[in-house]
Write a protein that binds this ligand. Sequence first.
Ligand code: NAD
Ligand code: TYD
Length: 347
Amino acid sequence: MSEFDTLLVTGGAGFIGSNFVHVVAERTPARRVVVLDKLTYAGNAENLAGLDVELVRGDIADPEDVGRAFQATGTGGGGGAENIAVIHFAAETHVDRSIESALPFLHTNVVGTQVLLDAARERGVRRFVHISTDEVYGPIPDGVFTPEDDLLNPTNPYSASKAASEHLVHAATITHGIDAVITRCSNNYGPYQFPEKLIPLMIANASEDKPLPVYGDGLCERDWTHVRDHCDAVLAVLERGRAGATYNIPGNTHKTNLEVLHFLLDVLGKPRSLIHHVKDRPGHDRRYAPDGARIQSELGWTPSRTFDDAMEETVRWYQDNTDWLERVRSGEYRNYYERHYGERLKT
Ligand code: NAD
Ligand code: TYD
């Protein structure tokens, strides 16, 4: 048996988690994958269609559900998980929703992470990869790139809950000797992203000639990483990352939101007049910019995709998958959209 021959992937029915399971199936098909996912509004079993994975529906904050997921990997209680790695993607992830209501973010991102850490420790899990975000650094001044040792300065409930979960992971490595590694990737784009996030939301709206609601002046800057590059980096960290280390995962593509929208509108052949400036997000972080020197020098990883090609490919994916988009936009999301954008778009 090789190391990490079984992966327990939390949040594997969401955007990045499902792309990760696809990448594992392509690169290392001998690996066994169990997904633990609550299938919230953001989770979709259809994202895993055609893959040989076992999906356990459950809450990472519920020890019984986590126990069922471990049982599905072939390990019950009390050890036996020496070849298993936990890849922990599950989270509440949307900043705007965290501003509206923070408690679900504490339940899943903070309590859920601790429940998983406890279960991993009890069973002797070989490695725990904690998927975090560059948002834990808070807003970064122009010209500055944040190395991993920078102070954490989260400014909204989502990023604060992610920073809290990182502290719990770090504490488990020091107190209990868990082999854990933390990753902090920048903003992702690609297939299967829930259309509340900037890129799929704007592709969907522009395709239907609906207004594109840009917060404030549209000059906030993000570093964009294609989701497949993120997944490759997570595999590198799983297999070769230093125990106890934290790795930034940058896309090295810095764009203002308006630059992104201009690009999308050009690819779609739609006019810039669709852009509609709306009331800004409270506490909107102006800029994120993680420094990628550590992952490059220690693991030899750099992103392989260029923004223009990968974003064009992403636009085509959403154009080719309008059924998927329709299905995930039905139900709760329609209420969210109306509640969040209704008034904003009237002004
Ligand atoms: P997502 O919202 O698309 O998916 C989250 C998944 O977690 C869903 O399948 C959902 O059903 C599941 N989930 C939520 N609560 C759960 C719970 N209590 N128990 C079990 N499953 C639960 O999120 P994503 O964009 O794929 O993000 C995945 C991870 O990557 C998160 O930890 C996020 O913080 C991190 N991250 C995201 C980005 C980004 O740009 N999207 C960038 C850097 C890091
Ligand atoms: P988002 O995709 O929510 O990711 P994050 O806030 O985690 O970086 O937003 C990306 C950027 O796009 C961010 O600066 C907020 C902005 N944005 C808008 O201008 N309008 C929108 O409707 C959304 C969802 C985001």
